[in-house]
Structure formats: structure tokens, C-alpha cells
Design a protein around this ligand. Structure first.
Ligand SMILES: Cc1cc2nc3c(=O)[nH]c(=O)nc-3n(C[C@H](O)[C@H](O)[C@H](O)COP(=O)(O)OP(=O)(O)OC[C@H]3O[C@@H](n4cnc5c(N)ncnc54)[C@H](O)[C@@H]3O)c2cc1C
Length: 389
């Protein structure tokens, strides 16, 4: 067994870390507070080829292994979790188009998505349903060579920049997951619009939108995979990759919170000594470091397992679910502990900890709430799809 990253993985991590330290960390607090869209950072991510991390080299992508993928998300989130969000839905949607698209769909979309010339997103959630995807109401009706899509999507990250926007819709309401299809809706399709931005606690910078599809005409050639009724399977596979990205993000936020607590405890004095010399603070530092490293190792293990499960065709959802569930709970507890170590300063908007405190809860919600994941993990264990020990 070897816990070292490969030379290639370590080099890649160092490259992203330098980018994050130079371009993201210096502006994160100010831009996040202002809700400013980070166009310049997106440009830098394009230059690094990050929009192609899940796309094969034959289409101009980087085709990263899944451990490297989690490292990208950890490093970006160590600087600003919202930036990792900009890449998150793009990379899982691109993965889905590569895995499930027709040759024609791959050829038309993947080269542009790999360079970031065009970007993508994923529109699953609706005002009335999120966890229960089989209940989506967005309707797709065949009309000649087209489908006509009508419905409302909710909480869609990157909605304004997505071209195409993969939309989960049903061709057969009432049939549950059997009627689900993913349509690659062109970003400029008539009738497709962002109706509003949803206000939120954290994760500011990237937009989270309500999207309306008002009789949007989509050519039948944009039905993902070319066959009706495959949407549920297509989306579930992509969500496993999405959960690895969320686990990576959670580790990044937790690492940043820990780093800041350690640094602050060394420089802040109370009762004539650095607070780091108090055992009560040392216990928090020990607990935070142990939790962060445990979450990172579980995330790497899940990514490593998913890579192999992928090759054999077996399902990777249980391992990815475990990593996302555990790492996001660790992030929640570590940001709170970091805030405690900072005392009153931790509550101030003049330091970064309060942003981490606002960003961390999203990782317990996105790509499946942690309670949904716990039921999914349990089902996998009971069915014997994953064995622990
Ligand atoms: C900032 C942000 C960005 C997002 N970005 C996107 C995006 O880009 N694209 C997209 O499609 N969606 C996105 N989402 C939506 C997100 O995926 C959903 O919010 C999430 O899946 C939960 O769905 P819901 O909000 O409808 O909650 P619900 O499904 O209504 O769940 C409410 C509560 O009930 C619990 N619950 C529901 N069913 C069960 C069950 N069977 N067993 C036990 N407990 C259950 C849940 O765990 C939760 O606690 C985003 C959300 C946020 C907050």
C-alpha cells in the first residue's frame, strides 16, 4: 500500500495550488461578500484546462483519474468553495455526455466543453422536487423532429453560462423513472430563460437560478443517448462523480478552516501566552487535523474505488456516497471549531472563517442530502454491493 500521490498527481496538485494562492485566495473574501461573478478566475481555469478534467484527451480534455479530480476540487475549495461549484456541475455534465451521449453528441459538444469555450451545467431539481427525481414534472412532448419542453427548474448553478443545459424531463408523466430523459438544451433556445436568482446563505459568486422552459423546442438529436427512458440511469452515474467532487470540496473547506485556526492560535495571545499553548485549544487542533485527514483519505479511497468500479462496470455510488457524507459532516464540524478557536474574530466578516461557516452546509445538501445518502449507503451494504473490512 502506498499513500503517496503519483508524481503526476502531485505536480498537478501543486500547479492548481499555485493558481489558487495567486488568483483566488487574495480576492475570495471581497468578491464573495459583493456577490461578484469571478470572470477572471474562470479565464484562468480555462487556461489551465480545468473545464476538460472529465473529458477524454481525444476531445481535447485532460481525462483526469478520479483521485486527481477530487484533488482539483479540494484545492479550489481551499481558496473559495464557490469556484469549485463553477467547475462542479460542468464536469459532471461533461462526464455524463461522454459516457451516455451518441457519437454525434460527443463530437458536437465535448471539444468546446473541454476548452471551456462553452460551459455546461445540470438541471434536475424543480420547485416541488429534489431528492425524488422520479417525480420531476418538466414535460417533454415529441413533435415531428423535435421535443417540446415545458417546466421549471430550481437551484440551477451556472444556468446563465450553460450551452448546452442538460435538462431532466419526462416523456411519460406518472411512469416514474421509466419516463425520464436528459435533453441537451441549447443555451440560446427560444423559451429558455432564467426567471430569478435565488438568495442564499453562502456559495456566493456563482449563480443559483430558477430556470423556466416555456415550450422550448429541442431537436430530437439532443436527446442524450438517443433513446427515451434512460435519463435516470444517466443522471445517477453522473451524481456519483458529483459526490466525489463535493467530498473534495468539503475536504478543501475543512483544510482551510483548520489551517486558519492553527495559524490564529499561534499568533493570538491570552493570559500572557499564545492560545495554542492552552490544552483546550490543542485538543481542538488535534481533533480538526485528525478529522480533515480522515475525510481526505476516505475521499481518495472512494475515488480510487470508483475508478476501478468504473472499469469493471460495477457501481461506485456507495463509496462516493460515504465520502461525500463523511467529508461534508467533517467540514461542518471543523468550521465551527475553527470559529471557536478564533473567538469573537471568528464571527467577524473581516476574517474568512465566517464565509467557510456559511459555505460548509451546502456540501451536506448538494448531490443528494446526507440523509438520502445514508439510505443509499445502507441499501448498497444490505444488498452486498459494497463490503467493508
Ligand atoms: C446552492 C445550491 C445549488 C444547487 N445546484 C443545483 C444544480 O446545479 N442543479 C440541480 O439540479 N440542483 C441543484 N441544487 C439542488 C439540490 O440538489 C437539492 O436541493 C437537493 O438534492 C435536495 O433536494 P430538495 O431541496 O428538493 O429537498 P427535499 O427533497 O424536499 O428534501 C427535504 C428534506 O427531506 C429529506 N428527505 C427527502 N426524501 C427523503 C427520504 N426518502 N428519506 C429520508 N429523508 C428524506 C431530505 O434529506 C431533506 O432533509 C442546488 C441546491 C443548492 C442549495
Amino acid at each position: 500500500m502506498d499513500f503517496e500521490l503519483s508524481d503526476e498527481q502531485a505536480l498537478f496538485r501543486d500547479t492548481i495550488r499555485r493558481f489558487v494562492d495567486a488568483e483566488i485566495r487574495p480576492v475570495a473574501r471581497e468578491w464573495e461578500a459583493a456577490g461578484r461573478y469571478p470572470h477572471e478566475i474562470v479565464e484562468g481555469m480555462r487556461d489551465l484546462g480545468l473545464f476538460g478534467i472529465t473529458i477524454p484527451e481525444s476531445y481535447g480534455g485532460l481525462a483526469l483519474d478520479l483521485v486527481s479530480l477530487t484533488i482539483v476540487f479540494e484545492e479550489l475549495a481551499r481558496g473559495w468553495m464557490g469556484i469549485a461549484g463553477i467547475l462542479g456541475s460542468h464536469s459532471l455534465a461533461a462526464w455524463m455526455i461522454d459516457r451516455h451521449g451518441t457519437d454525434d453528441q460527443r463530437d458536437r459538444h465535448l471539444p468546446d466543453l473541454a476548452t471551456g469555450r462553452r460551459r455546461t451545467a445540470i438541471a434536475l431539481t424543480e420547485p416541488d422536487t429534489g431528492s425524488d427525481l422520479a417525480a420531476v414534472r418538466t414535460r417533454a412532448v415529441r413533435d415531428g423532429d423535435d421535443y417540446v419542453l415545458t417546466g421549471t427548474k430550481f437551484w440551477i448553478t451556472n444556468a446563465r453560462f450553460a450551452d448546452p443545459l442538460p435538462v431532466l424531463a419526462t416523456v411519460d408523466p406518472g411512469s416514474g423513472h421509466r419516463g425520464l430523459c436528459v435533453f441537451l438544451v441549447p443555451g440560446d433556445a427560444e423559451g429558455l430563460s432564467v426567471s430569478r436568482d435565488i438568495g442564499k446563505l453562502g456559495y456566493k459568486g456563482p449563480e443559483s437560478c430558477e430556470v423556466v422552459l416555456d415550450a422550448v423546442r429541442v431537436p430530437a438529436g439532443e436527446l442524450l443517448g438517443g433513446e427515451e427512458g434512460k435519463g435516470f440511469v444517466q443522471v445517477v452515474g453522473a451524481l456519483a462523480v458529483g459526490r466525489l467532487n463535493i467530498a473534495g470540496r468539503a475536504v478543501g473547506v475543512a483544510q482551510d478552516a483548520y489551517d486558519r485556526a492553527l495559524a490564529y492560535s499561534r499568533q493570538r495571545h491570552a493570559f500572557g501566552q499564545p492560545i495554542a499553548d492552552f490544552q483546550a485549544i490543542q485538543l481542538k487542533i488535534a481533533d480538526m487535523a485528525t478529522a480533515v485527514q480522515g475525510a481526505r483519505l476516505l475521499t481518495w479511497w472512494a475515488a480510487w474505488s470508483a475508478e476501478r468500479a468504473d472499469a469493471s462496470g460495477a457501481r461506485a455510488d456507495v463509496a462516493a456516497g460515504m465520502a461525500k457524507y463523511h467529508a461534508s459532516e467533517v467540514a461542518l464540524s471543523v468550521v465551527l471549531e475553527s470559529m471557536r478557536v478564533h473567538g469573537g474574530a471568528g464571527y467577524s466578516t473581516e476574517l474568512e472563517v465566517e464565509r467557510l461557516y456559511r459555505d460548509a452546509p451546502l456540501m451536506a445538501i448538494g448531490e443528494g442530502t446526507n440523509d438520502i445518502l445514508r439510505t443509499l449507503i445502507a441499501k448498497g451494504l444490505v444488498a452486498g454491493r459494497t463490503v467493508i473490512g
